[in-house]
Design a protein around this ligand. Structure first.
Ligand SMILES: [Zn+2]
Length: 160
């Protein structure tokens, strides 16, 4: 493991990463979260940066009255599986959620980290965009999946 998490401003990111975060923020607007009122959006990029066409899949969190929740990241992965001809590979994933302080992270939960692992690798880039109360992205955490899920168990453990 070489890199450490970077905490940066939105505008310092490469344009393709800014676009992926914008996509995740757009997906977030569709969140159906009447119980938690915690809206999350995710966008998965399955094409290499700066290639044409850019292939992105979106997801938002969805809740029901049993308090069962589909997380945004998992929803985006489902969308990728529906639309990709073969098993999708996640180059990068952006997540956008409310996080107003330095010590609140905007990174996927443990459950979603394992889902990303299934369709990504140690090198998969994870962008966690923090929203303030005005709905503005004030900070972005940039990590690799390896940093989020070190020594992971994945498809390769089962010969896949
Ligand atoms: Zn999650």
């Amino acid at each position: 493991m070489e890199e450490k998490m970077k905490v940066v401003s939105f505008t310092s990111l490469p344009v393709w990463q800014q676009k992926l975060i914008f996509d995740a923020d757009e997906a977030r607007r569709h969140s159906s979260s009447p119980y938690s009122k915690f809206k999350v959006g995710a966008a998965i990029q399955c094409s290499q940066p700066n290639t044409d066409p850019v292939v992105v899949y979106l997801g938002c969190n969805v809740e029901n009255a049993m308090y069962v929740v589909t997380h945004a990241e998992q929803a985006a992965i489902n969308e990728a599986c529906l639309n990709e001809p073969e098993k999708p590979y996640i180059i990068a994933i952006a997540v956008v959620l409310p996080a107003e302080t330095i010590d609140q992270h905007a990174l996927p939960c443990g459950y979603c980290r394992q889902w990303i692992r299934e369709f990504g690798s140690d090198d998969t880039l994870v962008l966690g965009a923090k929203l303030n109360s005005a709905g503005d992205i004030w900070q972005v955490e940039v990590v690799t999946l390896e940093e989020l899920l070190p020594f992971s168990f994945g498809p390769n453990n089962l010969g896949k």
